[in-house]
Ligand binder design. Sequence first.
Ligand SMILES: [Zn+2]
Ligand SMILES: [Zn+2]
Length: 332
Amino acid sequence: MRAWVVEHPAPIDDGPLRLVERADPEPGPGQVLVRISCCGVCRTDLHLAEGDLRPKRPRVTVGHEIVGTVEATGPGASRFTAGDRIGVPWLASTDGTCKFCRRGAENLCLNPTFTGWDVDGGYAGACVADERYVYRLPDALDDEHAAPLLCAGIIGYRALKRAEVPPGGRLGIYGFGGSAHITAQVALRQGLRVHVMTRGEGNRKLAAELGADSVGDATAMPPEPLDGAILFAPAGELVPPAMQALDRGGTLAIAGIWLSDIPSLSYADALFTERQVRSVTANTRLDGEEFLALAARLGVRPTTTGYPMDRALDALADLAHGRFSGAAVLHN
Ligand SMILES: [Zn+2]
Ligand SMILES: [Zn+2]
């Protein structure tokens, strides 16, 4: 099979990924071999390609929004049979024994592994995955439209929960890419008022098409105070304006795995009146199962741009330069 590997992390326009020929992986105990149909392109892939996140393994294959079919099962794997359609997400494994796993917070596990960072991911023809960490997918969505749910969707859903907007409340969304445009659909269909602050004409247009109550520039003040907000853009300089847009007691959840430094905050302008800022770190399998069921029930449908797998570098460059709205998906 062919697989993209991170050769030397570097700016994406310098081509840090290389396409190589590799043998199909063998499913080990408890694993399934997945023949990959398509893989979503997540901003984390870009952070790994460019070296914002330190590589955990040389020449890893990135990609953690994998849709494919089970081709073979390893010893002891019995949850799926050959031909089943599954999704392979970011969380590849946890130890199940640390204090965080024991209290049901496996997203904070002390010894986790992640698809496309610790173990080879989906910019390839096939991959293996621990059957306990993969998902069945909603039948209503084809492979291309299901792929972005697996990280962008699940992480956005966890961020929405962390933003703690009450029923019927007002949510601010800062940055409007792959994750935000899915989360906005969930929030709107749950009856929240949604205000989107983003750069990029295409992103603002998509937000308006999806029914956002208002759409403004990245640092604009929303037309009403926010009960909660989610920062999707990896831009720390947006934290102060987002905090100032919160109503008393409001919460800002930062959804990204990487954020540029946050400038100094004025206590009075940004934090007093019991506003709070919090991060979002990975997700539990329960978050994933909840979100996929909710996405199916609410009819969530990502806006996607398809690329052939051999154009992965173009897809990442287009993401870096904001050349598409919604989510990019690579096809085999
Ligand atoms: Zn653990
Ligand atoms: Zn991701």
